[in-house]
Design a protein around this ligand. Structure first.
Ligand code: NAD
Ligand code: UGA
Length: 461
């Protein structure tokens, strides 16, 4: 198909964890559309055009290979791509603001606004602009004002189409989403634009899973979905602390409450804490929005979800310290896993970073192992480079260690030869399972002192 034969020209600004996989899947499913993904980060774009993609995501490479060069293009040429596009997804980063009003809570919208202003500058025809990034409720209003303040007579319709994919399962989530949400103004122009976007997803998503709403509900639903998911983890993590005091077993509690179909069995895995680029950022953003409307009690309620998560990470290290006779100074400790969850190399907000920093503050000798995240780990911990080791092989990482802590639920950690590991470690040997993925009885039999989360520990002393 030549350039002129594509039925739609779709652009995505921002080639990150969302923009790249989302557009790759649309391109693979819809060869009739031309999809261009642009970014200001040339190294990222080069990587998208190579065999060594900038992010690790199961199945992503095959999808990219299928469409790249056919109807999927990665480029740093932003302005011409804006000029030719009918529909523009904006998927730039929206981190927590680190300065000024709302610092530490509000979303930093500078990247989004810069993008909007550039679109106005370059555009020569009407366009649909889609918020793919996660944004505070009512951002579309501000964006619409900025975009439509142009003097060229160009009309921009701003829609909200938040992304619900999770890292590690992005391709599966995009292929079979629970729902696709498209929020629009309820005006004729808004509804026409919405229908155009519905048409894109209808190429592979069943119609009943494509949900439409007003634009403010769409923006807010995204924040609330993440807040509810994180809340479940903080809830079960709070119970893990109580289990450790009472000899109840958090995995048994999770299983039992999860069998109640009203509660459901997912997102009830107690852990060292939730990480990832979005849960904390989006909840704090929700907190800020509530505060700005004077809803102090609502703000406090949601903020406690983040506070519980911070407590869980501190508590994990405190448990390690107390088990290891209140000192880890000079002791080698191997951290198995640094990614914020399995099947990703992403380390943004990973609980492993907090654990590593706390152990370093206690003067432990920390060794970090991870199958995919060591490059990011080295960047995250560059200030401590002289006090750390990074080792891919978990057996090497554990050699000579006093303790192992499992911090990411990588499948391979379940089936390591723990007898071999035990034989290479210092005595007494400790294992802290921050994800409850190991066979604790077996480890105890081998000789380890075993500390699961929210379950009774097994000690030889
Ligand atoms: P990311 O940091 O991986 O990617 C954002 C990209 O935007 C970067 O490559 C950056 O260089 C680029 N960018 C910034 N300003 C630009 C500009 N003016 N022009 C062109 N490119 C620009 O971020 P991400 O993880 O992909 O997240 C993007 C948005 O999606 C955020 O709002 C996030 O909350 C939301 N989100 C993320 C996930 C996830 O799993 N990571 C899931 C759902 C929603
Ligand atoms: C999350 C949401 O699941 C996505 O729907 C959303 O699109 C995305 O945030 C976003 O907006 O960025 P993600 O952070 O990629 O996705 O991964 P999750 O699977 O949600 O895991 C988040 C964290 O919670 C991880 O650290 C994970 O290990 C932890 N977790 C998850 C638990 O500790 N226990 C659980 O039961 C589930």
């Amino acid at each position: 198909m030549g350039n002129g034969e594509f039925t739609k020209k779709i652009l995505c600004i921002g080639a990150g964890y969302v923009g790249g996989p989302t557009m790759a899947v649309i391109a693979a499913k819809c060869p009739q559309y031309k999809i261009t993904v642009v970014d200001i980060n040339a190294a990222r774009i080069n990587a998208w055009n190579s065999d060594d993609l900038p992010i690790y995501e199961p199945g992503l490479y095959d999808v990219v290979k299928q469409a790249r060069g056919r109807n999927l293009f990665f480029s740093t040429e932003i302005d011409p791509a804006i000029a030719e596009a009918d529909i523009i997804f904006v998927s730039v980063n929206t981190p927590t603001k680190s300065f000024g009003e709302g610092a530490g809570y509000a979303a930093d919208l500078q990247y989004w606004e810069l993008t909007a202003r550039n679109i106005v500058k370059v555009a020569t025809s009407d366009k649909i602009i889609i918020e793919k990034s996660t944004l505070p409720v009512r951002t579309a209003e501000a964006m619409s004002r900025i975009l439509n303040a142009n003097e060229k007579g160009i009309k921009f319709e701003v829609l909200s189409n938040p992304e619900f994919l999770a890292e590690g399962t992005a391709i599966e989530d995009l292929n079979n989403p629970d729902r696709v949400l498209i929020g629009s103004q309820q005006t004729p122009a808004g509804i026409k634009a919405r229908d155009e976007v519905v048409e894109i997803y209808a190429n592979w998503v069943p119609k009943e899973k494509i949900v439409t709403s007003n634009v403010w509900s769409a923006e807010l639903s995204k924040l609330v979905a993440n807040a509810f998911l994180a809340q479940r983890i903080s809830s079960i993590n709070s119970i893990s602390a109580l289990c450790e005091k009472t000899e109840a077993d958090v995995t048994e509690v999770s299983r039992t409450i999860g069998m109640d179909t009203r509660i459901g069995n997912r997102f009830l895995m107690s852990s060292v804490g939730f990480g990832g680029s979005c849960f904390k950022k989006d909840i704090l953003n929700l907190v800020y929005i509530c505060q700005s409307y004077g809803l102090t009690e609502v703000a406090d309620y949601w903020e406690s979800v983040v506070e519980m998560n911070e407590y869980q990470k501190r508590r994990f290290v405190r448990n390690m310290l107390s088990a290891m006779f209140n000192t880890v100074a000079g002791k080698r400790i191997a951290l198995l896993g640094f990614a914020f969850k399995a099947d990703t190399g992403d380390t943004r907000e990973t609980p492993a970073l907090d654990v590593a920093q706390q152990l370093l503050d206690e003067h432990a000798k920390v060794v970090i192992s991870d199958p995919k995240a060591l490059d990011n780990a080295k960047i995250d911990l560059k200030d401590y480079a002289d006090r750390l080791e990074f080792v891919v092989d978990p057996y090497e990482a554990a050699r000579g260690a006093h303790a192992i802590a499992v911090l990411t639920e990588w499948k391979e950690y379940k089936t390591l030869d723990y007898k071999k590991i035990f034989d290479s470690m210092e005595r007494p040997s400790f294992i802290f399972d921050g994800r409850n993925i190991l066979n604790h009885q077996e480890l105890f039999k081998i000789g380890f002192n075993v500390f699961p989360l929210g379950q009774p520990s097994f000690k030889h002393y």
